[in-house]
Design a protein around this ligand. Sequence first.
Ligand code: G3H
Ligand code: ZN
Length: 283
Amino acid sequence: PLVPTAELIDRARGTGRGVAAFNVITLEHAEAVARGAQAAGAAAVLQVSENAVRFHGGELAPLAAAIAEVARGAQAELSLHLDHVVSAGLLHRAAEAGFSSVMFDASKLPYAENVAATAAAVRWGHAHGVWVEAELGRVGGKAGDAPLDAHAPGVRTDPVEAAAYVAETGVDALAVAVGSTHAMVERTAALDHELIARLRESVPVPLVLHGSSGVPDAEIARAVAAGMVKINVGTALNTAFTGAVREYLAAHPAAVDPRTYLAPAREAVAGTVERFLRVVAGA
Ligand code: G3H
Ligand code: ZN
């Protein structure tokens, strides 16, 4: 069934278990998340990034409708989340498209502008029943600093600034930079567990780990046990998907029907989803 993201997050908080959020690009990704979640006996978040919306021509509604139908028909509890939203125009279409949560990403802006834009996004979200996650991307946050990617290697979220940011913006969850980096294919990232513990103490809302594909299972499990709640996984699904397609086409160079290679791709993604859920949700 389709459930609100806030319900999954609230239920997981304080239990030492996390909620895995998987990035969806194609219908097969959504189907794979539903299958993987069912196999693991766990709930999951289906998330669509602004980038993925752009890939589908900038139209949110058809993609959202298809994914929502997958969630409604699934045995596992699944929620819909709009990820890395940069444009306010897209943000304002989230509620009508069926998304119960969004990640508003003003992390490239200087601190004061990030706060102002995110606070406005939160006001809109809360007026429309939408849970809002945001990211503090300028560690240090001094005026005149060059914008930083919060998940660039070496960049870290400052716990004191993070607490002020949450208070000033009213966000429901905070994405933090603790050692992970987006789009890693190898799982070699080392998390700063001492920083995670300090953030957990100073930040009153659930913490979100981005770039989890590059983080080894043991590191994810330790972060979740320490109170990291939402664990975002994207690239690992695509590594599985594309690897299966490549393997199929290498063995069947005359293949024509996309279903012949999309079926193994979907199975590979479902297996990856199930494995992440066993680590994140303790399923
Ligand atoms: O918001 C999406 C996640 O941060 C995914 O990151 O593709 O590196 O797993 P990843
Ligand atoms: Zn991310």
